[in-house]
Design a protein around this ligand. Structure first.
Ligand code: GLN
Length: 271
């Protein structure tokens, strides 16, 4: 027991030294000014690469992330740009398939997932989430001539449902279909909607904002069933245990919500 306590004291002393070393490391940061974000703090965030905040996303999810003239834009890119600035970091965006994001985070290819990413208990086992920043709901996209007006009516009809692989939409499709084989996964929502239009699937289940974008693109060819599922909350995911980055992002999110810049980004992209 005594040995254990002594061990703890050594660890405590070592951590104190580490904290002091970091606190004194920057040349611009004043001691005691713990409120300000500063590039000299970045060693504390457990980043993949010092000075850079690497965001993983799937840039096929308008209006949260999509490509425009070679760069990734949208709510998440805009919000993370503001967050990175608050943290004194340069934002880098890595575009990949949605279902590869959790592995990329755990394997230290990225620092955060910002992808209209819903908090779910299964995900919370593998990663930590920041405070929430957007409320969404899964929406059903049907061809306009489809006879269905609710998911209740769609049950037991042996319908095929297209989803984006690994999403909450995929989970929500389960109780609607007769068997797992009737859920068809696609790499992105736009491919799922193409499959709907060409008759390969009978419906698509995807988040409400992308669903509205697809409705805008395809006009009278498709219709939406809204308010069929529970609300879900988007948050930024960090690696399990990376409390420093989680806290720093929460602080930045709070600040950009308070100063109105967060809302501006949302209004820029969400119609
Ligand atoms: N919100 C959904 C999820 O987290 C879909 C996100 C996405 O496709 N980018 O599973």
């Amino acid at each position: 027991m005594k040995k254990f306590i002594k061990g703890l004291a050594v660890i405590a002393a070592a951590s104190l030294m580490a904290v002091m070393a970091t606190a004194c490391g920057g040349d611009t940061q004043k001691p005691g000014n713990s409120d300000s974000f500063n590039a000299s703090n970045t060693a504390n965030y457990n980043l993949v690469t010092g000075g850079k905040l690497i965001m993983g996303t799937n840039a096929e999810f308008p209006p949260f992330e999509y490509k425009e003239g070679g760069s990734v834009v949208g709510v998440d890119a805009g919000v993370m740009e503001l967050v990175a600035k608050k943290l004194g970091l340069t934002l880098e965006i890595k575009d990949m398939t949605f279902d590869s994001l959790p592995e990329a985070l755990a394997g230290k290819n990225i620092d955060v997932i910002a992808a209209g990413f819903t908090i779910k208990p299964e995900r919370e086992e593998k990663m930590d989430f920041t405070d929430t920043y957007y409320t969404a709901k899964q929406t059903v996209i049907l061809k306009s001539d489809s006879p269905y007006n609710s998911i209740e009516e769609m049950k037991d009809k042996n319908l095929k449902i297209g989803v984006q692989t690994g999403t909450t939409g995929m989970n929500d499709a389960a109780p609607v279909v007769t068997g797992e084989d009737n859920i068809v996964g696609y790499n992105n929502g736009s491919l799922a909607v193409e499959a709907l239009l060409s008759g390969k699937v009978d419906a698509v289940i995807i988040d409400n904002n992308p669903a509205k974008e697809y409705k805008d693109q395809h006009g009278d060819d498709v219709k939406l069933l809204e308010d069929q599922f529970e609300e879900e909350e988007y948050a930024i995911a960090v690696r399990k245990g990376n409390k420093e980055l989680q806290d720093a992002i929460n602080k930045a999110l709070k600040e950009i919500k308070e100063d109105g810049s967060f809302q501006k980004v949302v209004e820029q992209y969400v119609k």
